[in-house]
Design a protein around this ligand. Structure first.
Ligand SMILES: NC(=O)C1=CN([C@@H]2O[C@H](COP(=O)(O)OP(=O)(O)OC[C@H]3O[C@@H](n4cnc5c(N)ncnc54)[C@H](O)[C@@H]3O)[C@@H](O)[C@H]2O)[C@@H](O)CC1
Ligand SMILES: [K+]
Length: 225
């Protein structure tokens, strides 16, 4: 295991802030790099049909970037939106708007009771991307995301988690109830302290670190803080 330091949840969130405020790298650039790197990992596995489950924050925003790159690669992709459209904001909204303009299919599952068609959408995909919750989570997943996690875990599709399997505490490695069981996790900048813990093993699957273009000087500053 490399002896590189691992970013905690708070340090990961500090990367975003410092990148924008001190290094003049807008969050949407980091999101593009994160989404493109994740999409390339998936394209290499030759998916036939992909369902991307998106939550209300920037983890969902990564999902929209991934969808765009899969579409550009000619891979059938659909979005399962697990929050009301009006909750999407900032960098995630920029990428959501691009998807709508590109005509990529967006299925609304924001209501509390996930309608049966969510399960049908799952059945049609050989890969599911978990872009529901990332470093913004500090409590057990709430509805409708909690039900979505249960249904994804029960489906036959392979699962790639974006940044963190939704429901896992990336510092302690303790899974909230429920947590996504991923075959792969595409995590940003560094792996996370909790991923090597035995409790996290069943949920993270094979961990791939995606470089999102954060300057080394920025990382040194974050690790010193
Ligand atoms: N760290 C970085 O440098 C980068 C982070 N990016 C992405 O941004 C993510 C963090 O984005 P956010 O800060 O928006 O946070 P998240 O996208 O993790 O989501 C937080 C949102 O989910 C909701 N939420 C919080 N706890 C919940 C719960 N228990 N159940 C249901 N909903 C809950 C809240 O409304 C909150 O807005 C990272 O995980 C990563 O995927 C990337 O876009 C690129 C750069
Ligand atoms: K996730």
């Amino acid at each position: 295991m490399s002896d590189r330091p691992l970013l905690t949840r708070e340090q990961s969130r500090a990367v975003d802030v410092l990148a924008a405020e001190k290094y003049h790298i807008p969050g949407v650039i980091l999101m593009e790099n994160a989404g493109r790197g994740s999409a390339e990992l998936l394209i290499a596995r030759r998916p036939a049909s992909v369902l991307i489950c998106c939550g209300p924050g920037n983890n969902g925003g990564d999902g929209y970037v991934i969808a765009r790159h899969l579409d550009l690669a000619g891979i059938p992709v659909r979005i399962a939106l697990l929050c009301p459209r009006q909750r999407i904001q900032g960098d995630a909204l920029i990428n959501f708007t691009i998807l709508e303009a590109a005509g990529i299919e967006i299925l609304d599952f924001a209501d509390e009771s996930l309608c049966p068609s969510f399960a049908q959408s799952l059945d049609r995909a050989d890969w599911v991307i978990d872009a529901m919750l990332g470093t913004g989570v500090t409590s057990p997943p709430r509805e409708p995301i909690a039900s979505a996690i249960g249904q994804v875990n029960a489906a036959t599709a392979q699962v790639m988690a974006i940044d963190i399997p939704s429901g896992l505490d990336c510092d302690s490695g303790v899974p909230y109830e429920p947590t996504i069981v991923a075959d792969f996790t595409a995590t940003f900048v560094t792996s996370k302290p909790g991923f090597a813990k035995p409790s996290a093993e069943p949920y993270v699957g094979e961990v791939h670190v995606v470089d999102i273009g954060t300057p080394q000087a920025l990382l040194r500053e974050v690790f010193r803080s």
